[in-house]
Ligand binder design. Structure first.
Ligand code: FDA
Length: 394
């Protein structure tokens, strides 16, 4: 039987960080994954440039039923710790916007860094390895795997969420949690585009497909984000939409302020004064693309010379552009979601060690836990921080 002090299931962001940091303490680590390559999501992330952390990472950037849980781990392995690691490996990076740090070259720079650290520390990485059964035995856990039976003192579950099954996502982490008496909070897709089925709205989105509008304010359930939106053939995407999707529940309306930086009533009044003979769609083309301006004027308003609008009509135009209420039909689901909301209930896990409060020697890290970050490098920072926290105790 293969015996290790620590077995980690899942060689993604959290599993790799935990493996390298645990092995660096001199512990014998076996890192298992059922796919043929470690860190597939790292490679896909950030459009191929991996948004590996965020300069302004704070607990407020995370969603969880237990918002305090993430604080301890985030404080003990911060964005600055990961930046120092990146710098030590000479990986070039830059801030894109809003504190989001991306590789200058490729995401593989981050994966190579983690694999390099694992190799230096002596981690035994086994890919194409599946786990069929886990039992608690004296002094630890016994696993039946495709490379034979294995035993460990500490077992770390780093199997991530359900997003993007084609990259290796499975629900095994939730199954294991339930097996050992844990509550798993309902899961759903987060950081995901919206679909629209309302025929008129769908036609508008489809005609504008590929058009992005900068710095819109999106609001839902008391949460707001100012970022870009993108029209797609099936609905709405772009960073602002992905962010708000994590706060949205089916059936709810979202509000979009297309021009949050403009005082619209004042702007429309000024245009009426200064350009009385210009049509609304011509004026809107100063604020949006020409196509979008004429489609909005056609779908939402009757375009006519500014001098013909009554004050009441101008008020309606201002309200529509600054508070566009729409009810998405749904989301694109786990097929394209960047994260899974919900997961292993953190009220049954130590926030200091990531150890199960139900089954000693069992640990949960990364996205399998009910901790999900905003868009912008926060989900990787959680993977690094939780992986590092567990590594100090396994
Ligand atoms: P992760 O999913 O990384 O790893 C889980 C591992 O467990 C996988 O290797 C999987 O194969 C393995 N596994 C699953 N089931 C198993 C089983 N049955 N047996 C054995 N192994 C099993 N975040 C961010 O901060 N910045 C970004 O730029 C992006 N970009 C991005 C793009 C895309 C397309 C996606 C889908 C996601 C992102 N994210 C992101 C989110 C980020 O990738 C994610 O939150 C982390 O990878 C989570 O790390 P984990 O290690 O918890 O899971």
């Amino acid at each position: 039987m293969l015996t290790s002090q620590v077995i980690i299931i899942g060689a993604g962001a959290a599993g790799l960080m935990c493996a390298m940091s645990t092995a660096a303490r001199g512990r014998r680590v076996l890192l298992l994954d059922h796919v043929n390559k470690a860190g597939k999501k790292i490679l896909m992330s950030g459009g191929g440039r991996c948004n590996f952390t965020n300069l302004y990472c704070e607990p407020a950037n995370f969603l969880s039923h237990n918002p305090h849980f993430c604080k301890s781990a985030l404080a003990r392995f911060t964005q600055w710790d990961f930046i120092a690691l990146v710098a030590r490996h000479g990986v070039p990076y830059h801030e894109k916007k809003l504190g989001q740090l991306f590789c200058d070259n490729k995401s593989s720079d981050i994966l190579d860094l983690l694999l390099d650290e694992c190799e230096q520390a002596g981690v035994d990485l086994r890919l194409n390895t599946s786990v069929s059964e886990i039992t608690r035995v004296d002094g630890g856990y016994q696993l039946q795997t495709s490379i034979g039976p294995t035993h460990c003192e500490s077992l770390v579950i780093a199997t991530g969420g359900l997003s993007i099954p084609t990259l290796g996502a499975t629900g095994i982490g939730y199954q294991i949690a339930r097996q050992f008496g844990h509550n798993v909070l309902p899961t759903r897709a987060g950081l995901v585009p919206f679909t629209i089925t309302d025929p008129q709205l769908k036609a508008l989105c489809s005609e504008l497909s590929g058009t992005s509008v900068e710095d819109c304010r999106i609001t839902c359930n008391g949460q707001s984000f100012v970022e870009n939106i993108l029209f797609t053939h099936r609905g709405l995407s772009g960073p602002a939409i992905l962010q708000i999707s994590s706060y949205w529940q089916p059936g709810e309306a979202i509000s979009i302020d297309l021009l949050p930086r403009i005082d619209l009533p004042a702007w429309l009044a000024e245009q009426q004064r200064e350009r009385p003979n210009s049509e609304l769609k011509t004026l809107l083309a100063d604020l949006f693309t020409k196509k979008m301006a004429s489609l909005l004027a056609e779908h939402w308003f009757t375009s006519k010379p500014m001098k013909q609008y009554t004050p009441g009509e101008l008020k309606v135009i201002a309200e529509r552009l600054s508070d566009w209420q729409l009810v998405p039909a749904g989301t694109e689901g786990y097929r394209t979601a960047e994260v899974t909301l919900g997961g292993v209930d953190t009220r049954e896990v130590s926030s200091k060690t990531m150890e199960s409060l139900k089954s000693p020697g069992l640990y949960f890290i990364g996205e399998v836990l009910d901790v999900s970050g905003h868009l912008g490098g926060f989900n990787f920072q959680w993977a690094w921080a939780s992986g590092y926290a567990a590594a100090q105790y396994v």
